[in-house]
Design a binder for this molecule. Sequence first.
Ligand SMILES: Cc1cc2nc3c(=O)[nH]c(=O)nc-3n(C[C@H](O)[C@H](O)[C@H](O)COP(=O)(O)OP(=O)(O)OC[C@H]3O[C@@H](n4cnc5c(N)ncnc54)[C@H](O)[C@@H]3O)c2cc1C
Length: 434
Amino acid sequence: MKSDSAKHVVIIGAGFAGLWAVKTLFGKKGIRVTLIDRNNYHTFFPLLYQVGAAEVEPEQIAYPIRTLLRGRRNASYLRGDVSRIDYANRKLSCNDRRIGFDYCIIATGSGTDYFSVAGAERFAFPLKTLDDAMILRNHILTCFERAASMDDPDARRKLLTFVIVGGGPTGVEFAGALSELIRGPLKKDFISLPMNDVSVVLVESADRVLPMFSPKLSAYTTRRLRKMGVDVRLSAPVKEISARGVTFMDGSICASDTVIWTAGVSGTAPGSDDRVPLSRGNRIRTLPTLQIPDYRQVYVAGDLVYLEEGGAPLPMIAPVAIQQGRWAALNVLRQERGGEPRPFAYRDRGAMVTIGRNAAVARIGAREFRGFIAWIIWIVIHIMNLIGFRNKLFVIVNWIWDYLFFERSVRLILPGCCVSPEGNACLHRPVSST
Ligand SMILES: Cc1cc2nc3c(=O)[nH]c(=O)nc-3n(C[C@H](O)[C@H](O)[C@H](O)COP(=O)(O)OP(=O)(O)OC[C@H]3O[C@@H](n4cnc5c(N)ncnc54)[C@H](O)[C@@H]3O)c2cc1C
């Protein structure tokens, strides 16, 4: 349905929040939706680390937005980058066009935050987009190829040392997956390489990994990772990242050509001349209804929202984004129909993180699980939530293959990124502007 009298709702971002917002508005009378995203696909971030660790292909965790909107007559997609929002006049700038709206839901998510650590943006690899994951996968595989023909043992060890900064879910999951890639398929592929030269180091500034779980589950995670050969370094704040590797606050250095930054994220709102209240980490402070205080026709959902519940900010995770996206859309409908928007309340159903084969940690309600049972829960929940039947099928096949044969089918070094002749890939990686 597209009529001039229909109210125009613009949703910026087709991530978890934006997608659930648009789904909620499908077929709603008197509403016309434009969904804008710079990518023509939705990314399932919880499995992004598996692309970086050569476990699944990028297209298996992405889904075309136009396919999602197929047959929905009141919704359309516009590929573009929203550069500015004029909140006061309800207009936004996208692809050199000015687009007017009656309501807007901003769901542009978050980007990597390097916390002003010297050299981090230039020398560390982020893991926040499909491009990042592909660059990382190419780089890791290239390091092995280069090391195979290298005589200098120090240079070889540096090339084969992979440092992951950040002991949150992404850091833990990536460390586990990388260790399994190395000790499984790569060990078989590179029989002439001394495996003692290879190390995966997980660095965390706090005294435990996964602070969102109980200390018991954090300790279990550390034990499991160490058993898998990961060198877990706790209470180890990073001072600088350079071509040499990582320098810690105590002055020690870990020589490495590959530092992966998973330590922090911050909000990425489009620019504006109007003032909107921001929190630390560049997230927009909204009313409990998810509206921006001075611009009640504009809602914010997902990672970009700073909203406290019980005295603490809501976490930047997919379930919060999904619930907020849906809630923002419902509030638009309430407001449009003359009602009052209602405050958002997060329904916390739990959290889970996988460590590796047969090992994960999970909290469901008040109960905690670990080991094989948590791993099965993790698999089922992730397959259920992955968008697209084909994606589910291919990911399951990859996982079964990997589980049964300790093999990964995805080990191609594709064009687009490489290690420089000097050995450091990051020097050849364009420095991100966000
Ligand atoms: C590696 C990784 C692993 C994760 N693992 C988990 C996990 O296991 N479980 C969990 O619950 N959460 C996980 N998360 C967090 C979860 O992915 C986020 O909380 C969630 O994606 C936030 O949803 P969102 O809709 O706010 O933003 P996003 O999903 O980031 O979507 C934002 C969208 O906006 C688009 N966009 C941004 N700026 C613009 C612009 N200016 N113009 C046009 N389009 C724009 C982007 O292209 C993107 O599609 C993970 C995140 C990462 C990075």
